[in-house]
Design a protein around this ligand. Structure first.
Ligand code: GCU
Length: 695
């Protein structure tokens, strides 16, 4: 195997030795178990400090640190036993993973009630050293770190043949030719993601077909058990995507009806076998009744029927079922203006709110459509009030530049997390003022605080592959790093996260750090400008989802239209149109329902407007389209120029990689700019006020 990049775990020599004296002696304290995770924590600390500061610390353990799994009555031998303890002790995952760092008697002290907390504490310290912080000052007063979310998950869309659905970084490092690969890289992957706070991973594509359907059979148990142990050693729970119709596809039955006793019996037997053979397995992710995948609808049953059937059986093993809400009609007639794909998630899942069992989590994409560069927040957030919920975002840049275009997504995730749903507004404030008990945001809901839910969190469709730098574009590593950091602490700012990523991965030189931040931070806004205007989305080539094609989806079956004609464009989702805007709580519903109140960036998502409509910005829709596209392209050119100033200041390999990507980004941005502007110039017949060249 070639030498792949170690990214933020490279641990090169640092200059802050004097400020790190306290690290010569490190104390782990608390009531954690002395397991594989603790062993890995010690190893990592020694490795990191040796690399960065040139010494290995003396590590000691204090307090009642010998609570073992056996003592807690859990299955012994399982390195992640603390997670299983959670199920019986009543302590939440978040309580368990909380840790504190302080300086006591001149030594660094990491305190936690789980070995995973200690491991996270080790990574916190290594990050501080890596960013050349003054450790003495940093922890002079004790700092407590409590994860914002119980589950912080990465979803791989890796197929067992080695391909990756929507993968832009090479092939899978988990599979090739229907076999599971386990090597040094697997361990380094676990280290990389644990180091940023990830505690759960789904290792196979949600579209479970062919060999992947057999993951829950003898064919793969041994390797999966081994993989599970590796992840568990870093406090990461293993999850598998499940084929809902396994009873048919591997069980030889003729039904997958969730209420059928034979189907239930098959699953009971299957799960007993699976959890025995893969002791670290934490549960399953299911894509049902979606884009051709089988599901309970076939039998006239609800999504809740399907999820609950599996969850009731998985419960005996302390496992959970994560059920996706990406259920919509993907065979729409484009002539049909009443059916609205945006409505589908809410229409399919809201009516059963309260029916989903305790160990079911509904996994909801951030927007009602599908990971576009700009979408409103799914109204299921704020709509569901009695159901465990998890947010699904996508760091694989399917519609956001495919790791060719630089698009730092953390600012977008911050907006999503900060969205106020007004879900605690019990009586639906018709005056439109809304109410706020302080727990109304998406971040509050998925943290479990709003509805006191035990299982909740955030997942990202991941952007990794077997490219030497893991993410195709080196700068796309910021999304992997950033997602983990943000999932662990939703209060972190995009700037801080970018700063850490650059210092840990590329350079600690302040000028370099500033220049790269100037590239990363505005990159999402720039991508949005030169692609689809005002929230309309979908002007991409249908086959690849990369590159401009204004009408690519217009007459297709996917429910993704812009409805442009010579007078205007946009989709009417108001009370006079599809009614989607009314799925929100007040005051959001009223805000989105009116073109006067709707924020500019989403106005074409909710409204069909004439080109001459004047936005809040004071520009007409058509002038906004022209300006945004010209500006977006010009700004992308400036980003590329900034990058060129780094030649000789960053590693050549990193420099060349990003430089090459920028060339492709500029080509792409120019195509978007010219095609979108030309299209709307021709169709509207309205001139650009500034008289720029339109083709
Ligand atoms: C998108 C994506 C598919 C994926 C699907 C999903 O539609 O293009 O490749 O399977 O999302 O989230 O299930």
């Amino acid at each position: 195997m070639k030498n792949y990049a170690k990214l933020w775990l490279k641990y090169p020599a640092k200059k802050n030795n004097r400020e790190c004296e306290a690290l010569k002696k490190v104390v782990f304290s608390g009531s954690f178990s002395e397991d594989k995770i603790l062993e890995n924590a010690k190893k990592e600390l020694a490795l990191g400090l040796k690399g960065m500061l040139g010494f290995e610390p003396q590590i000691s353990i204090s307090g009642n640190a010998s609570v073992t799994c056996e003592a807690a009555g859990d299955r012994s031998g399982s390195p992640d036993c603390f997670n299983k303890k959670v199920l019986t002790s009543g302590k939440t995952i978040v309580d368990q993973e909380t840790y504190a760092v302080s300086i006591k008697n001149g030594n660094i002290n990491i305190a936690s009630d789980s070995s995973t907390g200690i491991l996270h504490g080790v990574f916190e310290i290594l990050r501080a050293v890596g960013c050349e912080k003054d450790v003495q000052k940093e922890y002079a007063a004790e700092k407590t770190f409590r994860p914002s979310n119980p589950l912080r998950m990465l979803d791989h869309w890796d197929n067992m043949d080695g391909s990756i659905e929507r993968g832009y970084s090479g092939r899978s490092f988990f599979y090739d030719n229907d076999e599971i690969i386990i090597n040094e890289r697997t361990v380094d992957y676990a280290r990389l993601i644990a180091s940023v706070g990830i505690n759960a991973v789904v290792i196979n594509n949600v579209n479970v077909k062919q060999a992947a359907s057999y993951m829950i059979t003898d064919r793969y148990f041994e390797k999966l058990a081994e993989l599970g142990e590796i992840f568990a050693g870093y406090g990461i729970g293993l999850y598998l995507s499940l084929n809902y119709a396994s009873t048919i596809e591997i069980g030889g039955m003729d039904s997958a009806d969730p209420l059928d006793e034979g189907v239930k019996a098959w699953w009971r037997e299957k799960m007993a076998e699976v959890f025995k053979k893969i002791p670290t397995l934490k549960g399953f992710l299911v894509k049902a009744d979606s884009e051709g995948r089988p599901g309970p609808f076939t039998y006239g049953r609800t999504q809740a029927d399907g999820a609950n059937m599996l969850a009731d059986i998985a419960k005996d093993y302390g496992a959970i079922i994560i059920w996706r809400c990406f259920v919509y009609n993907c065979r729409q007639d484009w002539r049909d203006k009443k059916t609205d794909r945006a409505r589908a998630g809410y229409d399919n899942f809201k009516p059963m709110d309260g029916d989903y069992h305790d160990n079911v989590i509904l996994q909801i994409k951030n927007g009602p459509m599908d990971f576009q560069i700009r979408e409103p927040i799914s109204p299921l957030f704020g709509g569901l009030k009695k159901t465990n919920q998890m947010l699904e975002v996508q760091i694989a840049q399917e519609y956001t530049g495919q790791q060719i275009d630089v698009c730092y997504l953390i600012p977008m995730f911050k907006e999503i997390l900060g969205f106020k749903t007004y879900c605690s507004n019990a009586k639906q404030d018709t005056a439109g003022t809304g109410s706020d008990n302080g727990l109304d945001t998406v971040a509050d809901i998925i943290s479990g605080k709003t509805f006191n839910s035990r299982y909740s969190g955030i997942a990202a469709v991941t952007n990794t592959g077997n490219d030497l730098n893991w993410t195709g574009n080196y700068l796309a590593g910021a999304n992997l790093f950033g997602f983990g950091r943000l999932a662990f602490n939703t209060e972190l700012e995009s700037d801080e996260i970018a700063d850490e990523f650059i210092r840990m991965t590329i350079s600690n030189d302040n000028d370099v750090v500033d220049t790269i931040k100037e590239i990363l931070l505005p990159s999402r806004a720039i991508y949005e400008k030169y692609t689809c205007p005002l929230g309309i989305g979908w002007m991409v080539k249908p086959a690849t989802h990369y590159g401009c094609s204004v009408d690519g989806y217009e007459y297709d079956r996917w429910g993704t239209y812009h409805r442009a004609d010579h007078l205007g464009l946009g989709v009417d989702r108001t009370d006079k149109g599809t009614g989607y805007a009314l799925q929100y709580n007040e005051p959001n519903a009223s805000m989105y329902n009116s073109p006067e109140n709707c924020p500019d960036e989403l106005v074409l998502f909710f409204h069909h407007l004439p080109y001459t409509h004047v936005l809040h910005s004071g520009k007409t829709v058509i002038q906004h389209i022209y300006d945004a596209h010209f500006e977006g392209y010009d700004e992308a050119v400036k980003l590329a120029e900034k990058w060129e100033t780094l030649k000789g200041k960053v590693d050549d390999e990193i420099f060349e990689n990003v430089s090459e990507r920028f060339k492709r980004q500029l080509y792409n941005a120019k195509e978007w700019c010219d095609q979108v502007n030309t299209y709307f110039h021709r169709i509207s017949g309205i001139e650009d006020e500034k008289g720029r060249k339109i083709w």
